[in-house]
Design a protein around this ligand. Structure first.
Ligand SMILES: NC(=O)c1ccc[n+]([C@@H]2O[C@H](COP(=O)([O-])OP(=O)(O)OC[C@H]3O[C@@H](n4cnc5c(N)ncnc54)[C@H](O)[C@@H]3O)[C@@H](O)[C@H]2O)c1
Length: 303
């Protein structure tokens, strides 16, 4: 995947680039100053703080949903992204959008994160494309809905290997790169409010997401010595392909909205902005934390 090269993106941008001034229209002083600003600061909206550090970020699950929105949110503030996903065409689409809309270096890597043998070559490819890796977002995830009374070993492993085991082994694989990238390196695992609540048909999922919270605290302890922060985000109900089968049930969407004080489901960008915050210098003293991003759902009852 070429880096800053321009190609044609097919779908709508997450954040619009600043519009060119319309000829003849009146401009405020602020608008004139903004127009005179150097090109990079106009191009990467969101401000310098959100954009620091400027190191590259590996995002697993970047082909879809929250992972994809995270890639775009990071590119928006000028951070190069390595889009890792088992869906290679989807990863390529995300990478192309990041490059086209925000001019950052990108690479798309087709990978099954349950297979850790492939990590070292994926890291090498990503480093070659991005120059540095100062961030990891583990967003690849599966729900594997099945009650505990029906579970077999393979079904359990299929969920735990992707959601939890991969997070730990990716952290180990990327540790040298995160150290080499220097100040401000950080990791965000995408957990879930299911890490706090139990659902009868999601035992493996809930266990994996609760496990990520333990991993967050433990890794924060170890990596803190290197100046690397490790945090988790815990989304509530997010409107992505993962939730689509549930939302297909009549009344499901309305039920979730009714249990959310803000009265709506999250969109992927709501979560992506929280992840971007945890990866930037604005969050420089946040370490080992689990940030709930659910519109208030757990504050009143849980999913
Ligand atoms: N959607 C929600 O309501 C919700 C709520 C809380 C947490 N989450 C978590 O957010 C994360 C992103 O989920 P989403 O809702 O965007 O779902 P999604 O299905 O849109 O995206 C998940 C991505 O992970 C990739 N993936 C799955 N298994 C993989 C593997 N073995 N190797 C590489 N890539 C793999 C998929 O190809 C897909 O692109 C997941 O960890 C999920 O558990 C989602």
């Amino acid at each position: 995947m070429p880096g800053p090269k321009k190609t044609t993106g097919s779908d709508a941008p997450m954040a619009k680039r600043p519009k060119s001034p319309v000829a003849g229209a009146r401009s405020s002083t602020a608008e004139k100053q903004a127009r005179r600003a150097p090109r990079p600061s106009r191009r990467h909206a969101g401000g310098a703080q959100l954009g620091r550090p400027r190191t590259g970020v590996v995002v697993t699950g970047g082909a879809s949903g929250i992972g994809r929105a995270t890639c775009l949110a990071l590119a928006e503030v000028g951070r190069p992204v390595a889009v890792w996903d088992r869906d290679l065409p989807g990863a390529r689409r995300t990478a192309r959008r990041c490059a086209d809309d925000f001019g950052v270096a990108t690479v798309a890597v087709g990978i099954d994160v349950a297979v850790s043998d492939s990590f070292s070559s994926a890291v090498a490819r990503s480093l070659a494309a991005l120059d540095s890796i100062g961030g990891l977002v583990h967003g690849a995830g599966v729900d594997g809905a099945m009650p505990v009374t029906m579970l077999d070993e393979d079904s359990w492993d299929a969920v735990l290997d992707v959601n939890l085991r991969a997070a730990a082994l990716l952290t180990r694989a990327l540790h040298p790169s995160l150290v080499a990238a220097g100040d401000g390196s950080a990791i965000v695992y995408i957990s879930s409010i299911e890490g706090f609540f139990g659902h009868s048909y999601l035992p493996a999922y809930a266990a994996s997401k609760a496990g990520l919270l333990g991993l967050t605290r433990s890794a924060a302890h170890t990596l803190g010595a290197d100046g690397i922060r490790v945090n988790a985000v815990c989304p509530g109900a997010v409107d992505t392909p993962m939730l689509a089968p549930l939302l297909a049930f009549p009344g499901a969407r309305e039920g979730l909205e009714g249990r959310t004080p803000l009265g709506r489901l999250a969109n992927p960008e709501d979560i992506a902005k929280s992840i971007r915050f945890l990866l930037c210098d604005e969050a420089a003293f946040i370490n080992g934390a689990s940030l709930i991003v659910d519109g208030g759902m757990t504050a009143i009852s849980g999913i």
